[in-house]
Design a binder for this molecule. Structure first.
Ligand SMILES: Nc1ncnc2c1ncn2[C@@H]1O[C@H](COP(=O)(O)OP(=O)(O)O)[C@@H](O)[C@H]1O
Ligand SMILES: [Mg+2]
Length: 376
């Protein structure tokens, strides 16, 4: 089982220079608002590719009053092999900010997920708005899960988005070159189709885990997930990949004129949405109570973790920020499944220790005060 055995912080937001020894099961950080709980979890989220869960520019994460760049150093334990991983950033000569990863003190191009099986899964309070926010939030939610199963997903999506922008720019020109737009649309249809397929695979896996494992073994309420959109409807019944791609391409051609006027791309997986039905009440997740919506999101994350552990043999590190508000027995059993049943390392935060009394005695409690973390 992989886990972080310690984390050392330097100049990271309001967190003082310090080293925190973590346990390999559940670590709970208790502190008042503004004490630095989210900052601490954010520092760990930087182990994933990208800018961490807040997606802020890397240079803004350094301590306000200090000119030195932040460094987060962790000891990563993989079946008792310990690797020192540092993350920081560099400013290139042309002013670009780039993340830098060091393995045992040496700069590396290796990726932490591919070479070290290091993955981080998180729940943030703002995710409670998943079912009432815009479709793009739900698409990102699904794509992040797909990406944790297959790292090529991220590259496909960013390339796809670039092509969509390129198509809009070409259409804007009065006398655009037909051969040029044809090439772009071919690429859009190909990549877009791959995105549709990867989402479909993810949804199938999650539904299967809900039905066959979570409900039967852990007595967790089932959700039924699906992705819907105009393009999905058009190719849903078609088995032949090339035929589906051709239909996608035809749709793009059909919408050219409309898209030129509107300045967008009307068809494709960038317009799809995730639907979740909470089967116990047979209702759409958007109609469930706030507490139930949280239960649904956490149960989907539990499916994701189950898949990572059982299928890919990777124990993700799970960050749960302010997770213990509006907890009922259903949600508690999800959290206990994460910590007890799947046996993965979890870091949770909250303002009141009493909210965590349901956790096992193996959990380690910390108090965080003004950026300083102490063992309880
Ligand atoms: N770059 C930074 N340097 C110093 N302090 C920061 C920085 N960024 C945020 N903070 C401070 O961190 C505190 C918020 O910490 P946060 O982890 O969000 O608290 P909480 O415990 O409520 O989750 C605020 O007081 C904020 O001013
Ligand atoms: Mg917070």
């Amino acid at each position: 089982m992989n886990h972080l055995s310690s984390i050392q912080l330097n100049n990271f937001r309001n967190l003082a220079k310090q080293e925190i020894e973590l346990c390999n099961s559940t670590n709970v950080f208790i502190g008042a608002n503004g004490s630095g709980k989210t900052n601490l979890l954010e520092s760990i989220s930087l182990l994933e590719p990208g800018r961490g869960f807040k997606k802020k520019s890397l240079e803004t994460l350094s301590e306000f009053k200090n000119n030195n760049p932040w460094i987060v150093y962790t000891k990563y334990n993989q079946n008792n092999n310990v690797t020192g991983i540092s993350i920081t950033f560099d400013k290139t000569s042309n002013g670009l900010i780039k993340k830098r990863i060091l393995i045992d003190g040496n700069t590396t191009k290796e990726t932490l997920e591919k070479n070290y099986g290091l993955k981080v899964v998180w729940f943030l309070p703002e995710m409670e708005r998943l079912f009432i926010g815009s479709p793009s939030i739900r698409r990102n939610f699904v794509d992040r899960i797909s990406y944790s199963f297959d790292s090529s997903v991220l590259k496909n999506i960013s390339l796809y988005k670039k092509l969509i922008r390129e198509r809009s720019l070409i259409l804007k020109q009065n006398n655009f070159d037909n051969a040029w737009i044809d090439t772009i649309e071919d690429k859009i249809a190909n990549l877009g189709y791959q995105i549709i397929i990867s989402r479909k695979k993810t949804i199938t896996i999650l539904n299967q885990i809900f039905n066959e494992i979570l409900n039967k073994k852990q007595n967790i309420n089932i959700c039924k997930l699906s992705i819907y959109g105009t393009i999905e409807e058009k190719i849903n019944e078609i088995i032949d990949d090339n035929k589906s791609i051709a239909i996608f391409k035809d749709e793009l051609i059909k919408y050219r004129e409309e898209d030129r006027i509107k300045g967008l791309c009307s068809i494709g997986p960038h317009r799809s949405d995730l639907e979740v039905i909470y089967l116990k009440n047979q209702v759409d997740a958007s109609l469930c109570s706030t507490g139930q919506q949280k239960e649904i999101i956490l149960s989907i994350l539990l499916c994701q973790c189950y898949c990572l552990v059982k299928k890919f043999n990777i124990s993700p590190i799970v960050l749960l920020d302010e997770v213990c508000s509006h907890l009922d027995d259903n949600t508690r059993s999800i959290l206990l499944s994460l910590t007890g049943w799947l046996n993965i390392q979890v870091l949770m935060t909250g303002t009141d220790k009493n909210l965590f009394s349901f956790l096992s005695t193996k959990s380690k409690f910390f108090v965080i005060n003004n950026g300083k973390v102490k063992n309880e």
